[in-house]
Design a protein around this ligand. Structure first.
Ligand code: LMR
Length: 398
């Protein structure tokens, strides 16, 4: 039965962990996967998370099944974080949130739901986008096309190209948008840019699907949610995939959410009922631990402010690493202007390194980056940055 099965290619991001783990060099650095490491090169356990976990252990809570759509306190807390405490949507009966297996799980639920219930078959993603976006939507049966996004000459946004391309899509297409800290480029839209995107999406009757996996890593929790809130104000129906993997450093707990914003309250009950079927026929209902922890932090004012502070510490350290990288690249003899690294937001820098240069970084220096040239700035620290800057300077110069 298994004889026709051929080897699949290694995952372009998670596959790098395997190569990194197999590397025996002490100086190896993993700049591949989007994970925040602290100054000591460790994935942090946030103090707010630790406190919430201790409280939970002390409760000796039984492990019953959660509802199909997840823990109610968690789902409500997700909505407040995305739309703001005062959003009229919170009481308009137009929001459906389902706990999901990370942001990826949220995307898959949304993709399956739209495919089955609304007949959507075409999705447009940014060029470039997170590698798994294309793979995930293709696996869900979609044709995946791209809209221009990154302008290599300016290291910035190709807004014109993006708007024209979204305009030209068949009416009613699904348009996947990165709400903040674009993965992989770190290039985001301004508020006026977002207003233009909303205008074209609305005129073309497209279905916006917002992916927000890095809320809090750009400016702060509020500003990073501005795109979500502008869409909310527009009155459009849309979807949001969100994740606490990065912002709570809870990668392995798979804590995410899919939120659907319906056009009116009459749509809400049928949509929820069908979304529950998508979940039930896939993994039945979600796991408890991560959602309990996140809900505890988000609903307790002291833990919330501790978390906000810890999130700010991560953000500030990443920004410091961006600046240090630009300086050290210059000190290592790189003559190109690399200051764009400081303007990019979130965990990543789209470095401009070619696939061959990325391969050299791995083979000669034990430094692992994504083939697209994406490097995870959140994995740099005072001990490895010199090694990385010198290696990048070497591969850029030859
Ligand atoms: C990334 O882009 O590296 C992260 O979102 C992790 C992943 O699942 O790929």
């Amino acid at each position: 039965v298994f004889s026709p099965v051929e080897m699949a290619p290694r995952d372009p991001i998670l596959g790098l962990n395997e190569a990194y783990n197999a590397d025996t060099r002490a100086s190896k650095v993993n700049l591949g996967v989007g994970v925040y490491y602290d100054e000591n090169g460790k994935v942090p356990l946030l103090r707010a998370v630790e406190a919430a976990e201790q409280a939970r252990v002390a409760e000796h809570a039984p492990r019953a099944y959660l509802p199909i759509e997840g823990l109610a306190a968690y789902d409500q807390a997700v909505q407040k974080l995305l739309f703001g405490q005062d959003s009229p949507l919170l009481t308009a009966n137009r929001l459906i949130t389902a706990q999901s297996l990370g942001g990826t799980g949220a995307l898959k639920l949304g993709a399956d739901f739209l495919y089955r219930q609304t007949g959507k078959r075409l999705v447009a993603i940014s060029n470039p986008s997170w590698e798994n976006h294309r793979a995930l939507f293709e696996a869900a049966g979609y044709e995946v096309v791209e809209y221009p996004y990154y302008h290599p000459a300016t290291n910035g946004l190709d807004l014109d190209g993006m708007l024209k391309s979204i305009e030209a899509l068949p009416e009613g297409s699904v348009v996947l948008l990165h709400a903040c800290c674009h993965n992989p480029t770190g290039v985001d839209l301004s508020l006026t840019d977002w207003a233009k995107v909303i205008d074209v999406v609305q005129r073309r009757n497209h279905v916006p699907f917002l992916d927000i996996a890095y809320q809090g890593f750009g400016e702060n929790l509020q500003d990073d949610a501005m795109a979500v809130r502008l869409f909310a104000e527009s009155g459009l129906a849309f979807l949001v995939a969100s994740s606490f993997s990065k912002s709570f450093s809870l990668y392995g707990e798979r804590v995410g959410a899919l939120t659907l914003v319906t056009a009116n309250s009459e749509e809400t009950a049928p949509v929820l009922s069908q979304l529950k079927r998508v979940i039930r026929t896939n993994y039945s209902n979600p796991p408890t631990h991560g959602a309990q922890v996140v809900a505890k932090v988000l609903t307790n004012p002291e833990l919330y402010s501790l978390w906000e502070q810890e999130l700010a510490e991560m953000r500030v350290r990443i920004k410091a690493m961006r600046q240090a990288l630009v300086e050290k690249l210059q000190a290592a003899g790189v003559t190109q202007d690399m200051s764009f690294i400081q303007r990019q937001r979130g965990m990543f820098s789209y470095s401009g390194l070619t696939k061959i240069q990325v391969e050299r970084l791995a083979s000669e220096f034990g430094i692992y980056a994504v083939g697209s040239g994406r490097i995870c700035v959140a994995a740099l620290n005072q001990s490895n940055i010199e090694h990385v800057a010198n290696a990048v300077a070497t591969v850029l110069q030859e």
